[in-house]
Design a protein around this ligand. Structure first.
Ligand code: AMP
Ligand code: GLY
Length: 421
């Protein structure tokens, strides 16, 4: 099969590595990819939002399967565009990707179908929102931009004043543009967070092994929120008992709710959960694999990913058994100095072999460039250094000793992945 991966991050590199294990995959392209990906697949210089060029490329190169990994092209209907051209594609249609692209949609869906989530109100007007947080007078309180905002649209306001300035910057200063035309104001929940990715063909839902993301930039959960600084799998807080509760109260009801709304979801649905004292609740949905969750979940996948993609597309997911490796996986993200605010690009990297790898781990490239036999940084999150082992401690040890072999000016990473709540 000729397969086309769409995207350019560590998640896409992890997907590519898994697809390459399939005997069915004979030719793999990635658009646009990155330096590390270029060592594993043929990279194609097409932007992730360019539907027309993507479909044209797929037709000209007899693509049998297109895999749309990032949120923006999914929300913009990339899968619909492939389908209209007769090309098989993995990922939800735009009318289902809205479960991530609009928080107002997802909150209203959960309310309508009794899926446990934080209490909330929706506002299209800053004054009314401000009046509401002042009258409720409880803090912390959570302010969320409705639309996609590069993972930055959620503000945990510690005081009412902070909530007021968050509302103003989203709705009046339009910090996230049209994504902030509406906002959700939400109850602050507490408890450990769990990421559960699930394959679904719109009929049945098969959760993958659980994982845990570390979103803050620095050790001890200090610093700003990032796209994710590291992950582990499994998540120690996700017991079998909690998994059963999630299946009955969250996973199945969500799939059914989307069907009832006439928006069947096919692809990978990501449940961002919080295990609160009142049981598991949904913090957010994503319409795609998480990044860097994919980097620890996929290495544990035993079953052929191409078979799973085909079963999802053909709505035959119930017919296949999905198997996982026991043990654990850990991913440590190496980021550019200054990330997530501002950082330099184009810094030469040392310690990687010609395939961008080091011994003892798998290095998923997120923001790198490959030129004349050398790797250079080209983004905020640069690498996801990942290892799998019998135990979490061993996986962490392997990942961190690989991290120690890689050098680039300004590199920073967390030293406590797998150690914090
Ligand atoms: P998101 O961008 O939706 O993943 O949210 C970013 C992070 O904000 C989540 O991972 C949580 O840690 C936190 N968060 C979001 N909503 C809430 C909430 N209602 N209560 C507490 N924390 C929250
Ligand atoms: N790691 C969180 C996300 O992919 O949204």
């Amino acid at each position: 099969m000729n397969i086309l991966m769409i995207g350019s991050g560590g998640r896409e590199h992890a997907l590519i590595r898994k697809l390459l294990e399939s005997p069915k995959c004979t030719k793999l392209y990635c658009a646009p990819g990155n330096g590390g990906i270029s060592r594993d697949a043929e990279t194609v210089n097409i932007g992730v939002m360019d539907k027309e060029a993507m479909v044209k490329f797929a037709k000209e190169n007899a693509i049998d399967l297109a895999f749309v990994a990032p949120d923006d092209p999914l929300a913009a209907g990339m899968v619909d565009a492939f389908e209209e051209a007769g090309i098989r594609a993995f990922g939800p249609n735009a009318n289902a990707a809205i479960i991530e692209a609009s928080k107002v949609f997802s909150k209203n869906l959960m309310k309508k179908y009794n899926i446990p989530t934080a209490k909330y109100e929706v506002f299209d007007n800053a004054d009314k929102a401000i009046e509401y947080v002042k009258s409720e007078n409880t803090a912390p309180v959570v302010v969320k931009a409705d639309g996609l905002a590069l993972g930055k649209g959620v503000i945990i306001a510690q005081t009412i004043d902070e909530a007021v300035s968050a509302i103003k910057s989203i709705m009046e200063d339009r910090q996230f543009g049209d994504s902030g035309n509406n906002i959700v104001i939400e109850e602050f929940l507490t408890g450990p967070e769990v990421s559960v990715l699930a394959f679904t063909d719109g009929k049945c839902v098969k959760p993958m092994v659980s994982s845990k993301d570390h979103k803050r930039a620095y050790d001890n959960d200090e610093g700003l929120n990032t796209g994710g600084m590291g992950t582990i799998s499994p998540n120690p807080y996700y017991t079998d008992e909690i998994a059963d509760v999630c299946m009955e109260t969250i996973f199945k009801p969500t799939i059914e709710a989307m069907n009832k709304e006439g928006r069947p979801f096919k692809g990978c649905l990501y449940f961002g959960l919080m295990i609160t004292p009142n049981g598991p609740k949904v913090i957010e949905y994503n319409a795609r694999f998480g990044d860097p969750e994919a980097q620890v979940v996929l290495p544990r996948l035993k079953t052929d990913l191409v078979d799973i993609c085909e079963a999802v597309i053909d709505e035959k997911l119930a017919d296949i058994d999905i198997e996982w490796y026991d043990g654990a996986a850990a991913c440590v993200v190496m980021a550019s100095g200054g990330y997530p605010v501002s950082y330099k690009k184009g810094i030469e990297m040392f310690g990687l072999d010609d395939n961008g790898q080091v011994e003892g781990a798998t290095v998923y490239h997120a923001g790198t460039k490959y030129e004349n036999g050398k790797f250079y940084t080209s983004g905020g999150r640069v690498l996801g250094v990942t290892a799998r082992a019998e135990t979490l401690d061993e996986a962490l040890e392997k990942a961190y000793s690989a991290v120690d072999k890689i050098k680039f000016e300004g590199a920073h990473f967390r030293h406590d992945i797998g150690k914090t709540k």
